[in-house]
Write a protein that binds this ligand. Structure first.
Ligand SMILES: Cc1cc2nc3c(=O)[nH]c(=O)nc-3n(C[C@H](O)[C@H](O)[C@H](O)COP(=O)(O)OP(=O)(O)OC[C@H]3O[C@@H](n4cnc5c(N)ncnc54)[C@H](O)[C@@H]3O)c2cc1C
Length: 386
């Protein structure tokens, strides 16, 4: 099968699982703040190896697949979509420079749908500058010892492994150099914080993690010591931006559909008039569609250009996630307006979408940071620094 057909099949699988497994559970995942075990298990089993190289048994897809699968899953349940999205990002990080041991230990079981991984980069002290780590890594013969704190770890306590960023241990490393390490879930010294109580994304289990002298074999180091910035800008950021953009694009599309459904079903007793016959309502709905569609085209075009290594790839990737965050906020608010007091009174999907979508701005790279990076790139300045 050609790669483009394989991608179509993967997205069709994501849509099927989203409708059959994610959608029926989305309200309960939100209301009960429970990690979406069934949805993640279904996605992991059939699409877990989406971005794992074919040489390891995976599907060998890239950024476009992550965005399109994210849209399909985000339509039904943003929490599940992001939990699975973080697995895809971390899989891509492990795959980028995997050693033979890492290929057989992690990538083959991810491709077989048997292993869930995730990212633990953000720290309380460095906030949205997620690429900077203060977690210490020291070497002890063939082991690495990790000590520090991570602030938000999606799939926390549920994933089989965690890609953790640390300060480089190598005494020769330049100041500010960091390293990435894979840490297995049963590693002694992992202490999980209080349960996740976020305003939205309630099923994420994005809790804090303390690494209390956690010891892992040196073979779990990803790439070379000091490689973390390479990983952040070449793998984490592109894949994460597309996982996020896809997810909140799906949320936007779901909100549009909620509004359309409500408008189609609303008729007034006193006049017999349909809300759908109101020109202002028609205009508002048409504008919402255009916002979602132009954002979708930006996201997918950005993914394609980044996969092709095009000159404006960085501008597109940064702007795609920033635009999606703004589109979701705007479209969900407009949908709430169109559903009126009835929509306001019902604790339905739009309420969940509104709470979930607020996370899009504050998950790093933050919307404000992405706008600034885009401007810096346009001005020929490096993304980081003065
Ligand atoms: C639901 C959810 C899931 C998450 N999952 C993960 C995960 O799995 N792994 C992980 O590593 N992290 C994760 N994070 C963390 C996330 O990526 C961010 O690091 C975190 O949300 C930043 O929060 P903060 O309060 O420290 O922000 P701060 O850095 O304190 O920023 C607060 C605000 O200040 C402004 N601001 C800050 N810096 C700048 C700047 N440079 N330019 C312009 N304005 C700026 C922005 O308006 C920003 O919103 C998650 C976060 C959420 C909400």
């Amino acid at each position: 099968m050609a790669k483009v057909e394989e991608l179509g099949a993967a997205v069709a699988t994501a849509r099927r699982l989203a409708e059959d497994v994610l959608a029926p559970r989305a309200a309960a995942v939100d209301a009960e703040r429970r990690w979406p075990a069934e949805g993640v298990a279904a996605l992991r089993a059939e699409l877990g190896g989406l971005v794992v190289p074919e040489s390891c048994g995976g599907m060998g897809h890239g950024l476009l697949a992550v965005a399109q699968v994210g849209e399909a899953t985000g339509r039904s349940c943003a929490s599940t979509s992001l939990c699975f999205g973080m697995h895809l990002v971390a899989s891509a990080v492990i795959a980028a420079k995997a050693t033979g041991d890492q290929r057989s230990r992690y990538l083959k079981s991810i491709a077989a749908g048997e292993h869930l991984t995730t990212l633990a980069l953000s720290e309380p002290g460095t906030g949205g500058e997620f690429w900077i780590s203060r977690t210490e890594m020291t070497t002890h013969d063939d082991d690495l010892r990790l000590t520090g704190a991570k602030s938000f770890v999606t799939n926390g306590g549920h994933a089989d492994s965690y890609v953790v960023s640390t300060v480089a241990a190598d005494t020769e490393a330049l100041p500010g150099q960091f390293s990435c390490v894979v840490v297995d879930r049963d590693t002694p010294g992992l202490v999980w914080g209080a349960p996740w109580q976020g305003m939205g994304m309630r099923g994420n289990a994005s809790g804090g993690l303390t690494l209390d002298a956690a010891v892992v074999p040196r073979s779990r180091l990803l790439g070379e010591e000091g490689d973390e910035i390479w990983y952040v800008f070449n793998v984490v950021a592109p894949f994460f931006l597309m996982a996020m953009a896809g997810t909140y694009l799906g949320v936007s599309a779901a909100a549009l559909e909620e509004a359309r459904r409500h408008v189609l079903g609303r008729q007034y007793a006193h006049s017999g008039a349909d809300l759908a016959a109101n020109p202002l309502v028609q205009h508002r709905l048409g504008t919402m569609w255009a916002r979602v569609e132009r954002t979708r085209r930006l996201v997918y075009q950005a993914a394609l250009e980044a996969e092709a290594g095009g000159p404006e790839a960085l501008l597109g990737l940064c702007s795609a996630k920033a635009e999606v965050a703004e589109t979701a906020e705007r479209v969900i608010n407009d949908a709430l307006t169109l559903t009126g007091g009835i929509g306001y009174a019902q604790d339905g999907p739009l309420h969940r979408h509104l709470r979930d979508a607020r996370a899009a701005h504050v998950m790093a790279p933050l919307t404000d940071t992405l706008r600034t990076w885009t401007g810096r790139a346009l001005l020929g300045r490096p993304l980081l620094g003065d």
